[in-house]
Design a protein around this ligand. Structure first.
Ligand SMILES: [Zn+2]
Length: 368
């Protein structure tokens, strides 16, 4: 009875419903795309325990008030709680038979292969390029299809990257952009746009779970080798053909030669190389997590510093490698001193060691 309204469709039927039930799908990110995708997949009876299926949810973030505008799995009372756990418990109320696997961690080159290997389909709801490239490379290596989605402003894109049958993400975009590109948390989007693309991802994931033979028999065509693009300004909607690149840096290689890209700190579009106090204020208000470091001498620190800063004198930073380990690599590091010279030196040093560091030049008169 529960799935009667979709089982009645010849394209689904009893065989299709059984295929959905036994599917093992991993959703990367319980955010704007992941929320609608997870809701529809769970409601549709994907990943039932009894059938040996499951739905994985990976997210390392906590619910923030600014998420509620588009991340429809969450409510005000969830603020501050881990997204992956809140999502699983809410979805379990929707369908008690679904088997959820919660990964409250950030996807990285160290854990991606381990986590992916328990799933047949990956749904990429991430909002940054580092994760999208990592998801692609790990999935190509393991031969798992990825249902891709991306949103920015009023625009959305969706595709299925299945390297066995068609192009992968790197066939479309071979290398990661080197400049900072804003994601929707920084540049903004309308909630419904995320809802639309996340919903398309849920539909495409269901088609993949039905299997190629089933899809061909019933005229269902997954978005393999195609890129769906829509712009809600005027609803200009296109589906572009994309082809496999013979010299693709990833899917042209034998799987064992595919190495995963090292994780880098999340990209922050809003940070200029040299920041002033107004930029710092903007960063505070954006809610992007970051580390503020004061590299002045103790007597300068004593005479006044910016609240929330860590105090690491430049001399100590440059000679004590263990100090680096106390800094969070996943966050941008904003460094300041008295006149901007010592902090510039510190920024150079931190960047050499793989940190995303920025120089904050403080006009002390503005503070005192
Ligand atoms: Zn490729």
């Amino acid at each position: 009875m529960r799935y009667a309204r979709q089982r009645v469709l010849p394209e689904i039927g009893d065989a299709g419903q059984a295929a959905l039930a036994s599917a093992r799908m991993l959703v990367i990110g319980a955010g704007g795309l992941g929320s609608p995708a997870l809701l529809y997949l769970t409601a549709a009876g994907v990943g039932l325990k009894e059938a040996g299926g499951c739905i994985g949810i990976i997210d390392d973030d906590n619910v923030d008030l600014s998420n509620l505008q588009r991340q429809i799995l969450f409510t005000e009372s969830d603020e501050g709680h881990a997204k992956s756990r809140v999502a699983a418990s809410r979805l379990q109320q929707l369908n008690s038979e679904t088997g959820f696997k919660v990964f409250q961690t950030r996807l990285s080159s160290d854990n991606a292969l381990d986590i992916f290997s328990d799933f047949d389909i990956v749904i990429d709801g991430s909002d940054n390029f580092d994760t999208k490239y990592l998801v692609n490379d790990a999935a190509v290596r393991l031969g798992i299809p990825v249902v891709y989605g991306s949103i920015l402003g009023f625009e959305g894109q969706a595709a299925v990257f299945s390297a066995k049958q068609g192009p992968c993400y790197r066939c479309l975009y071979p290398e990661q952009p080197s400049s900072h590109v804003p994601n929707c948390a920084e540049a903004g989007t309308l909630g419904g746009i995320a809802g639309m693309i996340g919903t398309i991802q849920a539909v495409e994931a269901c088609k993949l779970a039905l299997g190629q033979a089933h899809c061909e028999a019933y005229g269902l065509e997954p978005l393999i080798g195609k890129l769906f693009i829509t712009d809600a300004h005027h609803w200009d909607t296109r589906t572009l053909e994309i082809s496999k690149r013979k010299d693709c840096p990833v899917c042209s290689l034998p799987p064992e030669l595919i190495t995963l890209p090292e994780s880098k700190p999340p990209q922050c579009a809003s940070l200029p190389a040299a920041m002033d106090l107004n930029d710092l204020q903007g960063l505070f208000e954006s809610g992007i997590p970051f580390t503020l470091v004061d590299v002045r001498e103790p007597h300068e620190w004593e005479s006044g510093h910016i609240e929330g800063a860590l105090h690491i004198p430049l001399g100590k930073l440059l000679v004590a490698p263990e100090v680096l380990d106390t800094l969070n690599r996943m966050e941008p590091i904003v460094v300041y001193c008295q006149h901007g010279m010592r902090s510039a030196r510190a920024v150079g040093y931190l960047r050499e060691h793989g940190y995303d560091a920025f120089n904050l030049v403080v006009d002390w008169a503005q503070i005192q």
